[in-house]
Write a protein that binds this ligand. Structure first.
Ligand code: UD1
Length: 423
């Protein structure tokens, strides 16, 4: 298999306007939720990414028909005759687990592969299973598959969805998607409040679901008999936007972002301001400018509205160039530090102590060959490489392609020097 690499020549100073794509992580559970409403569902503005293609393949494999034309994706869910999430597809993308709740609600049964391992650490699915069991589902694990039956139809329940690291985004998506067609009332306590969950809830309401408390940790759902297909536009990708903000900081540049919701990025903006970076809201996005000085700051990742784990690596890349010492603490995925070794290869001064990394700011980063390990860690390497002196080679770019649409084109248009090669 040909593998792409990036050659990134730095340092550059970014200057210009970037249009942010729509959210992959909002799109995936919404695509899965179309299973609940038989008919033609029309989704606008899905990003053109390999994870979205994988979800289309998964939906096709269970009997749906997906069709992509320009920025419109039609998911025809008239037939869902094979409620089976094949290992060969689900192992490619953890979000494949999102079809479990909708399949169980629609077909009364489902068999979905346990998601594969993942470079950011062990990621169990016990909260998903527990939530569905509370609604009466019978669930067994067989040969690597989650085998679920609705046992005469799912029933509303009071469900506590907290886990050892707080709320779970995809478990909330799964349980919420199943509860909308369950008999009676469901209350989910400790629901994830991420904007992607809110987008799913809003989409379900448009399908005819009855949900209150949207955006809060307590969701109340009155089950309905059936849902109707929808036409829906997905929210902008706050993590892609946040990544570009860090690229502006690391390169001491200025950027205007379009299609960006700053209200979804409050924790990141708060940190940028304590780093003495100017961020201003505009009509459809924001502007960021870095005058050359980056102040050190401490960051702890938390469930929304706290600082997102999906921006931890990119902020670390910036703080490598800050004046002073920063402490970064990972409270969602304590092993999510694959980028530490790679950033160190670029002359960053980092020390890892359990779930903490102490970042001592350096004057400059120096280019090196580095390895992309997971989606966000790879984005951090790109951010660091834009600021680093010399030619950085980033290997295994396919990790970046899972979550960033045309990242090199977008960055090159504002002054980056990134070339893609197949090796
Ligand atoms: C989603 C995002 C991912 C983001 C993460 C946290 C998608 C496709 N992915 O992943 O980019 O980093 O939210 O914001 O939207 N946990 C359990 N048991 C479970 C489920 C989760 O213990 O059954 C733990 C996880 O190991 C982790 C924490 O809960 O420590 C939060 O994970 P979760 O919110 O579930 O992440 P995902 O929904 O998989």
């Amino acid at each position: 298999m040909a593998m792409d690499v990036f050659k990134i020549t730095g340092p550059v100073k970014l200057d210009g306007t970037i249009t942010v794509s729509n959210s992959k992580n909002a799109a995936l559970p919404i695509m899965a939720a179309t299973i609940l409403a038989g008919g033609k569902n029309i989704l606008h503005g899905l990003p053109n990414l390999s994870d979205i293609e994988v979800m289309c393949r998964l939906l096709d494999s269970i009997g749906c028909k997906t069709e992509v034309a320009n920025d419109t994706t039609v998911i025809d869910t008239t037939s869902v005759d094979n409620p089976f999430g094949d290992y060969e597809i689900v192992r490619k993308m953890r979000a494949g687990i999102c079809i479990l709740g909708p399949l169980l609600a629609r077909c009364g049964k489902a068999q979905v592969s346990m998601p594969g391992g993942c470079a950011i650490g062990y990621r169990p699915v016990d909260i998903h299973i527990r939530g569905l069991q509370e609604m009466g589902a019978k669930i067994e694990l067989k040969n690597g598959y989650i085998v679920a039956h609705s046992n005469g139809g799912l029933k509303g329940a009071n469900i506590f969805l907290g886990g050892p690291f707080g709320s779970s985004v995809l478990a909330t998506a799964n349980v919420l998607s199943a509860a909308v067609l369950a008999k009676g009332k469901t209350v989910i306590e400790y629901a994830a409040c991420e904007p992607e969950v809110t987008d799913l809830a809003n989409c379900l309401v448009k399908m005819g679901a009855k949900i209150t408390g949207i955006g809060s940790p307590q969701l109340t759902i009155e089950g309905v008999k059936e849902l109707k297909p929808i036409e829906y536009s997905i929210i902008p990708d706050r993590i892609e936007a946040g990544t570009f903000l860090t690229a502006a900081v690391a390169t001491r540049g200025r950027l205007k972002l379009k299609n960006c919701r700053l209200d979804h990025l409050m924790a990141a903006v708060d940190k940028l301001r304590s780093m003495r970076i100017a961020v201003e809201e505009t009509a459809d996005g924001c502007e960021i400018a870095c005058n050359g000085h980056i102040e050190a700051t401490d960051i702890t990742t938390l469930p929304y509205p706290g600082f997102p784990t999906d921006l931890q690596a990119q902020f670390m890349a910036c703080l490598c160039l800050a004046k002073g010492n920063s402490v970064i603490t990972e409270k969602i995925f304590p092993d999510r530090f694959m980028h530490v070794a790679e950033l160190s290869r670029m002359a960053a001064n980092l020390r890892k102590e359990g779930p903490h990394v102490i970042v001592s700011g350096v004057d400059k980063l120096i280019a090196a060959p580095v390895m992309a390990s997971d989606l966000r860690a790879s984005a951090a390497l790109v951010v660091a490489a834009l600021a680093a002196h010399g030619e950085t080679i980033v290997n295994r770019v396919y990790h970046i392609d899972r979550g960033y649409e045309k990242i090199e084109e977008k960055l090159n248009a504002v002054g980056a020097n990134i070339q893609r090669f197949s090796v």
